[in-house]
Design a binder for this molecule. Structure first.
Ligand code: MN
Length: 301
């Protein structure tokens, strides 16, 4: 039956940006990864993907007012659903995620806890070699272990560097402010990682921060990993390990918008935990970071 009506944003299908395409050979695929077994504090990010999808529908129509791009006009974007993995098994789950995420042209993953990024990078680097990394986070996630265990979201970037999935000299962490052992911080610096503290973002401006990020990353292939706890808990309370003094959403959006020229090969938005969210603001923040990334790569396509 034909109808003269079209759905408003709240009623479009609950996929990322309301897309109806699910073809895995599309230019960009969005996938949910409902995995939170690497969580060290409050769990719940298994519910992140669908909350991000629901919030993303606010962003599905019109053009980005910075780049004047509607990414859905420029790129064939698919939401391929959620990646399955064996329930309750951390290491097997990480392997299953790595086994299933390497075949896409360009993947945007919606987490899930940050440990998943190890699997995503493991899969992607089989094609690209070690990547540059633009890493937004309150935490360095570089502890040698996570409460004695090697696989946990507080140690993910230690494992990523040890496994040579990124080139630490082309890795920049933005928004760091959580308590961390000096040894952990010194280890990061010794690897060549650039750490931009949250306070440096507050005392500078996003365009200058983006310039620094582009200098560190250079021209080689790169990846963006966005932990939503990079954002201040006043604007992103729905996460397992919130830290005060964080970036405001406008600062993060502005930094992403000024990263044109980086050869990004994939992105994830992690650590959105809907049980701690209020009024969908964390889910909307997570959706917006993925959307801005999508606009950035669409503009360059
Ligand atoms: Mn974090």
């Amino acid at each position: 039956m034909t109808t003269p009506y079209s759905n408003p944003s709240y009623a479009v299908r609950n996929t990322f940006l309301g897309v109806t395409n699910s073809d895995p050979s599309s230019d960009v695929c969005v996938a949910g990864i409902n995995f939170d077994l690497g969580t060290s504090n409050r769990p719940g990010t298994r519910f992140g993907p669908d909350a991000i999808r629901a919030a993303s529908r606010m962003l599905y129509d019109g053009q980005n007012p910075f780049s004047w791009v509607n990414p859905l006009d420029k790129l064939k974007v698919a939401d391929i659903g959620n990646i399955p993995f064996p329930m309750g098994q951390l290491e097997k789950g990480l392997e299953a995620i790595a086994d299933q995420t390497g075949g896409f042209k360009h993947l945007i993953a919606l987490g899930g806890d940050h440990m998943v990024t190890f699997s995503l990078l493991k899969a992607l680097t089989k094609k690209t070699g070690p990547l540059g990394l633009v890493h937004f986070d309150a935490h360095t996630d570089a502890w040698p272990t996570c409460f004695g265990e090697p696989w946990g979201h507080g140690s993910v970037f230690r494992r990523v560097i040890e496994h040579k999935l990124v080139d630490p000299k082309r890795m920049v962490q933005i928004g760091i402010r959580a308590k961390v052992d000096r040894d952990v911080y010194d280890w990061l610096l010794a690897q060549g990682v650039t750490v931009i503290w949250a306070n440096e973002v507050h005392c500078s401006d996003p365009i200058k921060i983006a310039e620094r990020v582009r200098e560190v990353i250079g021209a080689q292939p790169a990846y963006m990993s966005f932990d939503i706890d990079c954002i201040d808990p006043s604007q992103a309370p729905g996460t397992g390990s919130p830290e005060v003094g964080g970036l405001w959403t406008w600062q993060a959006v502005s930094i992403i918008r000024h990263l044109a020229g980086i050869d990004f090969r994939g992105m994830d938005t992690m650590e959105v935990s809907p049980p701690y969210d209020h009024a969908e603001i964390t889910a909307l923040a997570g959706a917006t970071m993925a959307y801005e990334y999508l606009c950035l790569i669409a503009k360059q396509s």
